[in-house]
Design a protein around this ligand. Sequence first.
Ligand code: SAM
Length: 246
Amino acid sequence: MDLWLIGIGTGNPEHVTLEAQRALREAALILVPRKGPDKSDLAGLRHRIIAEAGATAPVQEFDYPTRDPNLPYKHRVRAWHDEIALCWQDAIAKADPHGPVALLVWGDPSLYDSTLRIATRLEPAPKLRVLPGITALHALTAAHGITFNTLAGAVTVTTGRRLRDHGWPYGAETVAVMLDGDCGFRSLDRTDLMIWWGAYLGMEEQILDHGPVVEAGPRIVEARARARADHGWIMDTYVLRPMGLD
Ligand SMILES: C[S@@+](CC[C@H](N)C(=O)[O-])C[C@H]1O[C@@H](n2cnc3c(N)ncnc32)[C@H](O)[C@@H]1O
């Protein structure tokens, strides 16, 4: 089976590349996850992207299994991936496609996304094709009009959990943080950092803020809580860098 993992960007239908649109038109089946009512607008966005590409293949929705809270984190995620692979397999078997199967992947499939890992669990192993997409980090740096790295500098991409558990990454210059449900920048014992933050990047609801963490941090904590309460969900990401570096 040919399995195409199509990066769709981070919420703006115009992030979808011409290559991705063509793949959607050429696919024989398109799989769309249903993640629950609070994320229904994201499923809606996927359907809009499919329609705007002019795709005519059947669209098969599948439900995401729930994670077992009793397992330790990594075991829980691996068991969840096994279950998702089974969900895909069921959905594909039901549709019995005669041609490539396409899966829409948020942002880019290589960045903090396990679709590629889950694909390796399918039997027989599919023939994979990956189509790149705009990542949340690209959407963030573009929205703020900043460079990702300083001149010839390095960037560390990490998660909110790691920032909270391990502090500022050793020797890091620019730190990009994803998957942070709890404003992990608050746990850092530094007063010299700038933050560039964005939520719902690429979407109508997009919110941006930036400035020294000591000033912008409390504003971001408040704006994040308010937005989360208003929308029922939030996706946000940010870049941290010591002041004065460019
Ligand atoms: C599971 S990762 C997926 C990342 C995705 N593959 C990418 O290329 O950006 C989800 C995290 O990406 C970030 N993210 C994704 N979409 C976003 C958006 N529209 N606005 C802000 N952050 C976003 C958030 O940090 C979120 O917790």
